[in-house]
Ligand binder design. Structure first.
Ligand SMILES: [Zn+2]
Length: 162
C-alpha cells in the first residue's frame, strides 16, 4: 500500500488540521451515539421529564434519572409536573478551556446537563468579576473604611474544588 493510500489511524486523525465542527460531530454522534453522555437523553427528540432530571425513555420504555440510570416509576402526578423538552446536544469543554479539545476533556451534553456542568464556573466568574470591581474600587478610590478591611469574603471552598 502506498503512502497516500494509507488510512489515517483513528487515534491520529485529530492530530491533523480539522475544524471544531468535525470534532463536535465526532464527540456527539460517533462517540456518544447521539445521546447525552451524562443523562442519556437523545439528541433531536422531544423528551418528557419532571424537571428534576428524571425523564421518560420512550425507546426503552422506562424512567431514567439525571445520571441516565433506570429508576422506578415516579410516585407523583407526572401529568401536572411533567414537561416536554426538545433535546439539543452540544459538545462541552469539561474544564472550561476551549483551547484544549482533547477528547477526554470534551463531552456530548444536553442543554440541561450543560447548564448544570457550567453553573459552578459561571458562579466563579461572577465572583471574580465582583472581586475585580471591588479591587479597582480600592485602587482608585481607596479603602472602604466603613466596611473594614476584611469585607471581601474569601473564595468559598466550593469554588476551589477540582
Ligand atoms: Zn443530559
Amino acid at each position: 500500500m502506498s503512502d497516500d493510500l494509507m488510512p489515517i489511524r483513528p487515534e491520529h486523525v485529530f492530530l491533523y488540521p480539522i475544524d471544531w465542527q468535525h470534532i463536535s460531530h465526532f464527540i456527539r454522534f460517533k462517540r456518544a451515539g447521539g445521546v447525552c453522555e451524562h443523562c442519556r437523553r437523545p439528541h433531536g427528540k422531544r423528551v418528557f421529564h419532571l424537571g428534576d432530571g428524571r425523564w421518560w425513555d420512550a425507546e426503552r420504555l422506562y424512567w431514567r434519572c439525571a445520571k441516565g440510570r433506570r429508576v422506578r416509576r415516579p410516585a407523583e402526578d407526572i401529568l401536572t409536573r411533567g414537561k416536554w423538552t426538545k433535546v439539543v446536544l452540544a459538545c462541552a469543554h469539561l474544564h472550561h478551556n476551549p483551547s484544549d479539545s482533547a477528547f477526554d476533556k470534551l463531552a456530548a451534553l444536553c442543554q440541561r446537563c450543560h447548564m448544570i456542568h457550567d453553573a459552578p464556573e459561571h458562579r466563579r466568574r461572577r465572583w471574580l468579576n465582583a472581586h475585580c470591581r471591588r479591587a479597582l474600587g480600592d485602587l482608585f478610590h481607596g479603602p472602604y473604611p466603613e466596611r473594614g478591611a476584611d469585607w471581601i469574603t474569601p473564595t468559598p471552598i466550593s469554588m476551589l474544588e477540582s
